[in-house]
Write a protein that binds this ligand. Structure first.
Ligand code: M6R
Length: 612
C-alpha cells in the first residue's frame, strides 16, 4: 500500500528519496511523486513506477537537502498524475504526502469549495492540506498548531509528512491508524511508512504512537507532541533488520529468495523456543498469559489472506492438541457482524506486516469486549504488535515479495509451538505424542530443504500448465488450508483463476467444473484421510480431470492414478502444512514467471493493506 519517505539532512535529498521509494516499491503502488525544496517548493509526480518518476526528473533541478516522496496505491480517485502525491496547499507553500483515508473528506471538501478553494485532484489528501492551510491563515496560528486543529477535525486514518516552503529546516509528520517511523541519523532525519528505506542510514528509530505529531528541525532535533498538544519524550529503538535481507541476493525475484529462505526462517522462528532435550516448548512472549489460554472456553483467530490460512492450520492444531474450541474469522467480517466476544476468550491475531487495517480494527473490537489478545506478527514494532496484550514474533525476516511465502510457514511454526505449549500445560497431550511432534518439528527445516530440491520437477509441470485458465486445489484435514493457500498464491501472481476446496466438498458443486482441460492440484499425503482422498482422486479421474498430486515420498497408490506427481518427505500429519506448501509456492512462482507476470509486485496488490 502507499509508501511514505521523507528526508531532511546534509545529503542530496533527491538521491536519498528515490532510493527510499525503490525500497518501498514492494508495498504495491500505481503512481509516485516527490517534492523538493530548492529554488522554491517543487513538486513532480506521475502515474506508473519510480523509474517513470526518474524519467520525469531527468531535466529537472534535483538540488536540495530536504524533500518528501510517496508511492500511491489508489483509493480516492484513479491512479493518474493529478491524484499522485505529494499535493500542494492552495498557496503552494505547503506540500503533503499521506497514507490512510480521511473518511469525512467529502463534507470537508464541500465546505472548502464553498469558501473558494480550488482542487487539483480527487483525493482526500488534498482536502487535508487545504484544511491545514486554511486554519493556519484564518486562525493565525503556526503550522504545528494548524496541523493539530485540522487533525482533530478529520475522521479516519493518516500518516502524513508536510514540507513547508517558509521553513526549509523543518518537516512535520503525524500518525493515526497508519504507521510512521522516524529515523534518527547524524544531522539527518527520515520519515517512512516502515523501516526498510531507513535501515541503510541509521539503526535508531522512533515509532510514532497514535495521534502523535513529530516535528523535526535540523537545528533543534526531534520533538513529539500529541494532537492535543501534550509533549512526549521520543522512545528511541534499535532496528534489528539487516540491509542484506532487503536485497535479492542473486535470486531473480524476492519471492523465490523468500521461498528458499524457509528452512532458515522456520528454524529461526523455533530458535530458543524449542528445547528438545528438556522436552520444553516455551514462547517467552506469552508465558504471562498462559493462564488465560488454560481457562479460555474458546480461541478466536483473526487474520486476512495468507495469514487467515495459517489461522485455519491453527484451528486444527489447537483443537487437535490442546482441545480448545477454535473459531477462525476473517478480520473484515468479524468487525461488522456484531460478534459475540467473551472476557475469557483468547483472540489470536495473525499478521505478517502487523499493519493490516482490518485485523487492527478487529483487535480493537475484541479488546473493547475484554478479551485477551495475542499477536503473531513478523514486523517488529508494527501497529498490531503494539496493539496486542502479548505475542510471539515470527522470525521470518523482512518479506518483500507481495505474495506471502516464508511468513506463512513461520506463522504455522509459531502456531504449532503455541498449541504444543498449551497442550503440554493443559495435559491434553501424552508425553510420547509430545516428544514425537517436537522431534519431528526439529527436522522440519531439513525436510523443507529437501522439498525445495523438487524445484526442477515443479518447473516442468508449470511449463505444461502455464496457459491453463482455471485451477482447482483440493486437500483434506491439515491439507485443506494448504490447498487454499496454493490457490491464493497462483491467482495472486499469475492471474489464473484458482479455487481451493476441501476435497470432499468437491462433489457438492465444483465437480461440475471438471473436464479434460481442468488441472486439479490435490494435496494427497499419506496421512489422516488418505483413503478418502484417494476416492476423491478417483472421482476426478472418472471425469477426465488432470491430477497434479502432492504425495508422500514413495507412495505408489496415488502415483499410479495421478497424471503428475510431486513427492515430499514424510512427516507427522500435524506438520504437513510446513512441507506441503512449498511445492505449491514454487508452482505458482514458475507459472507466473512463464506468463511474464510481475511476480514481486502483482497488479493491484499491496503488501500491507492499511485501509479497510
Ligand atoms: O500482513 P498480513 O499478514 O496481515 O496480510 C494479510 C493479507 O493481506 C496477505 O496475507 C495477502 O493475502 C498476501 N498478498 C498473501 O500472499
Amino acid at each position: 500500500m502507499c509508501g511514505i519517505f521523507a528526508y531532511i539532512g546534509q545529503q542530496n535529498a533527491y538521491d536519498v528519496l528515490i532510493k527510499g521509494l525503490k525500497r518501498l516499491e514492494y508495498r504495491g503502488y500505481d503512481s509516485a511523486g516527490i517534492a523538493l525544496l530548492n529554488k522554491g517548493l517543487n513538486l513532480y509526480k506521475t502515474k506508473g513506477k519510480v523509474t517513470d518518476l526518474e524519467d520525469l526528473m531527468k531535466d529537472k533541478n534535483k538540488e536540495g537537502n530536504v524533500g518528501i516522496a510517496h508511492t500511491r496505491w489508489a483509493t480516492h480517485g484513479e491512479p493518474n498524475d493529478a491524484n499522485a502525491h505529494p499535493h500542494y496547499s492552495l498557496s503552494k507553500k505547503l506540500a503533503i504526502i499521506h497514507n490512510g483515508i480521511i473518511e469525512n473528506y467529502a463534507s470537508l471538501r464541500e465546505e472548502l469549495v464553498k469558501r473558494g478553494f480550488v482542487f487539483r485532484s480527487d483525493t482526500d489528501t488534498e482536502v487535508l492540506i487545504h484544511l491545514i492551510e486554511d486554519i493556519q491563515i484564518s486562525e493565525k496560528v503556526d503550522l504545528v498548531e494548524a496541523v493539530q486543529i485540522a487533525l482533530n477535525e478529520v475522521i479516519g486514518a493518516y500518516a502524513i509528512v508536510i514540507l513547508n516552503k517558509d521553513n526549509p529546516n523543518e518537516l512535520i509528520a503525524a500518525k493515526k491508524g497508519s504507521p510512521l517511523v522516524v529515523g534518527l541519523g547524524k544531522d539527518e532525519y527520515f520519515f517512512a511508512s516502515d523501516a526498510t528505506p531507513i535501515v541503510e542510514y541509521t539503526q535508531n528509530v522512533v515509532y510514532l504512537e497514535e495521534e502523535e505529531i513529530a516535528i523535526v528541525n535540523i537545528k533543534e532535533g526531534l520533538k513529539i507532541k500529541t494532537t492535543k498538544n501534550k509533549d512526549k519524550t521520543p522512545y528511541v529503538q534499535k532496528l534489528e533488520m539487516s540491509l542484506q535481507a532487503l536485497e535479492k541476493g542473486g535470486y531473480e525475484h524476492f519471492m523465490l529468495k523468500e521461498i528458499y529462505e524457509q528452512p532458515r526462517s522456520i528454524r529461526d522462528s523455533m530458535r530458543g523456543r524449542l528445547n528438545i532435550e528438556g522436552g520444553i516448548v516455551s514462547l517467552g512472549g506469552i508465558i504471562d498469559y498462559e493462564q488465560k489460554f488454560l481457562s479460555a472456553n474458546r480461541i478466536i483467530i483473526i487474520a486476512c489472506g495468507t495469514s487467515w490460512h495459517a489461522a485455519l492450520v491453527g484451528e486444527y492444531l489447537f483443537e487437535d492438541l490442546a482441545r480448545i474450541p477454535v473459531e477462525v474469522e476473517y478480520a473484515s467480517e468479524f468487525i461488522y457482524r456484531n460478534p459475540v466476544i467473551y472476557e475469557n476468550d483468547v483472540v489470536i491475531a495473525i499478521s505478517q506486516s502487523g499493519e493490516t487495517a482490518d485485523t487492527l480494527a478487529a483487535i480493537e473490537l475484541a479488546k473493547s469486549k475484554g478479551a485477551t489478545i495475542i499477536g503473531i506478527c513478523n514486523v517488529v514494532g508494527s501497529s498490531i504488535a503494539r496493539a496486542v496484550h502479548a505475542g510471539s514474533y515470527t522470525h521470518a525476516g523482512p518479506e518483500i515479495g507481495v505474495a506471502s511465502t516464508k511468513a506463512f510457514t513461520a506463522q504455522v511454526t509459531i502456531l504449532t509451538l503455541m498449541a504444543l505449549m498449551i497442550a503440554q500445560k493443559k495435559g491434553t497431550i501424552s508425553k510420547s505424542r509430545f516428544y514425537q511432534i517436537i522431534n519431528e518439528l526439529n527436522v522440519i527445516p531439513a525436510k523443507v530443504e529437501k522439498t525445495l530440491k523438487a524445484s526442477e520437477k515443479v518447473k516442468a509441470i508449470a511449463e505444461i500448465f502455464q496457459d491453463s485458465r482455471n485451477f482447482l486445489y483440493l486437500g483434506r484435514g491439515y491439507n485443506f488450508p494448504v490447498a487454499l493457500e496454493g490457490a491464493l498464491k497462483l491467482k495472486e501472481i499469475s492471474y489464473i483463476h484458482a479455487e481451493g476446496y476441501p476435497a470432499a466438498e468437491m462433489k457438492h458443486g465444483p465437480i461440475a467444473l471438471i473436464d479434460e482441460q481442468m488441472p486439479i492440484v490435490v494435496v494427497a499425503t499419506k496421512k489422516g484421510t488418505y483413503e478418502k482422498i484417494i476416492s476423491n482422486i478417483q472421482e476426478i479421474k472418472a471425469r477426465k480431470g488432470i491430477i497434479i498430486a502432492i504425495i508422500t515420498e514413495g507412495d505408489k497408490r496415488v502415483k499410479d492414478i495421478a497424471d503428475y506427481i510431486i513427492e515430499i518427505p514424510d512427516t507427522d500429519e500435524v506438520l504437513t502444512p510446513l512441507v506441503a506448501t512449498i511445492p505449491l509456492q514454487l508452482l505458482s512462482y514458475y507459472v507466473a514467471v512463464m506468463r511474464g507476470c510481475n511476480v514481486d509486485q502483482p497488479r493491484n496488490l499491496a503488501k500491507s493493506v492499511t485501509v479497510e
